[in-house]
Design a protein around this ligand. Structure first.
Ligand SMILES: C[S@@+](CC[C@H](N)C(=O)[O-])C[C@H]1O[C@@H](n2cnc3c(N)ncnc32)[C@H](O)[C@@H]1O
Length: 430
């Protein structure tokens, strides 16, 4: 069956890139409409081909770079271009940092909040990603293991990925070889890898449960790659252990935590320490009781517990169980309490916030609108926001400012080098 060509598809044009869009793609104008051109940067003159159209904007690909804009550099990774893991390797690091910081300033401006509070960006170096979700598929050419192609389900094999830690990179060839004997032809799987202090924790997610031979191959992989733990899970199902060689351990302020298979952890140790330092800097002094909302398995709860009594709230039962076990193991039960709660549906209300000196909140990309409204309606004296989405952060910040908080300081953090992502920590005080 022939595919119906998309409107405008195939048309060629010459344009000058004017800006970068939110995902790091270059943006030009054609017929008065935005055209998004991956792998370009402001000042580039390109000949492009329109590949599609969405929400009033064109999508395009470069046929030829006619003249490079300022700050263009040679991308260091051999997989750059097709691989969807990175979007900005062709841009100088300093310019990427300015652009990411500006994303935060602009998001605040769109909500009527001043950009003066935004500090210079802290950047985590490439090669520091200790946690990564990769895709795998068995093809006729062997197993492909890496990130998806941009806007596609196609897997780009990325043995030379520059993002991952050396510890994760070393596991890839062994994992690829093991999957060749486990996946059926054309079968795909997802793999979450996390490098902990006691070794790599690997979670394989696939529709087909591993049979006896596959379990033996996975156990052999765990041995040859010296993994701490290897688990399997069906999509959206509970993980089950396949090989447990050592508990995968991460320490937060010296407290050893064993995260659940595939559980959330900050993607880099460097990013986690920077975030922790900024969170602690945002605490009012003295602070006796502090809330840690969206606590995960305690990355901030345990450092906060060195300064105050902490109540950690988290929606994921497995993460919370890890936090509780770690608190018990460290003899901190009297210092760190934990509550399982869906904060999107049941945010902590003003009456529950009474008596706390500060609330730290670190929601997923959707932000925490209802929780911000409850902060605004409370007498809480200080809030520290950690965010991976400047737009939802700015929305929630506006609610806090309306509720009488002043935005003290915003520090952008780049934990996802060469991508369009930017994170931040912000302090609010009444
Ligand atoms: C960005 S992570 C932060 C975790 C932790 N602060 C850290 O730094 O490791 C967001 C956390 O929010 C949790 N979460 C997501 N939606 C939630 C909800 N509706 N209610 C409570 N927790 C939720 C996730 O399970 C995850 O642990």
């Amino acid at each position: 069956m022939r595919r119906k060509p998309r409107r405008g598809g195939g048309r060629q044009a010459e344009v000058t890139i004017e800006s970068l869009g939110g995902r790091g793609d270059g943006v030009a104008r054609l017929d008065g409409r935005p055209v998004f051109v991956p792998l370009t940067l402001p000042g580039d003159r390109v000949r492009l081909r329109i590949t599609g159209e969405k929400a009033g904007a064109f999508k395009a690909e470069v046929i030829e770079l006619l003249a490079g804009g300022p700050g263009r550099v040679e991308p260091p990774c051999p997989h750059y271009g097709p691989c969807g893991g990175c979007a900005l390797q062709h841009l100088e690091a300093g310019r990427t940092a300015s652009w990411k910081r500006e994303q935060v300033v602009q998001a605040l401006a769109r909500r009527g909040l001043p950009g003066e509070a935004v500090r210079p960006l802290i950047a985590v170096p490439p090669g520091s990603r200790r946690r990564a979700a990769l895709a795998a598929v068995r093809t006729q050419a062997g197993v492909l293991l890496g990130f998806h192609e941009r806007a596609s389900h196609k897997v780009i094999d990325a043995p030379g990925c520059r993002l991952l830690t050396p510890g994760l990179t070393a596991v890839l060839p062994l994992l690829r070889a093991a999957l060749a004997g486990i996946l059926a032809p054309r079968e795909s799987a997802d793999v979450t890898l996390c490098e902990t202090e006691s070794g790599v924790d690997l979670l394989l997610i696939s529709r087909r449960p591993p049979d006896l031979a596959a379990r033996e191959a996975l156990a052999e992989l765990a041995r040859s790659a010296d993994l701490a733990r290897l688990s399997w899970a069906p999509p959206d199902g509970e993980p089950e252990p396949v090989a447990r060689r050592r508990p995968p351990r991460i320490s937060f302020a010296g407290v050893a935590v064993v995260p659940p298979p595939g559980g959330f952890l900050q993607p880099s140790a460097e990013g986690e320490s920077a975030l922790t330092r900024l969170v602690l800097d945002g605490l009012p002094a003295p602070a006796e009781r502090v809330l840690d909302l969206y606590a995960g398995c305690g990355a901030f709860s345990f450092p906060l517990a060195e300064h105050a009594r902490v109540h950690a709230v988290e929606g994921d039962e497995a993460a919370l169980a890890a936090l509780r076990t770690a608190a018990r193991g460290a003899g901190l039960e009297g210092r760190v309490s934990a509550e399982a709660r869906d904060l999107a549906r049941r945010p902590l209300q003003a009456s529950e916030l009474a008596g706390f000196d500060c609330a730290v909140f670190d929601p997923p990309r959707a932000g925490a609108r209802m929780q911000a409204e409850a902060f605004a309606a409370s007498d809480l004296p200080a809030v520290v926001a950690v965010s991976c989405n400047p737009n939802t952060f700015a929305r929630d910040a506006r609610i806090l400012v309306h509720g009488g908080f002043a935005l003290a300081e915003v520090t952008p953090l780049d934990q996802f080098p060469w991508s369009g992502h930017v994170e931040l920590v912000a302090g609010f005080k009444r």
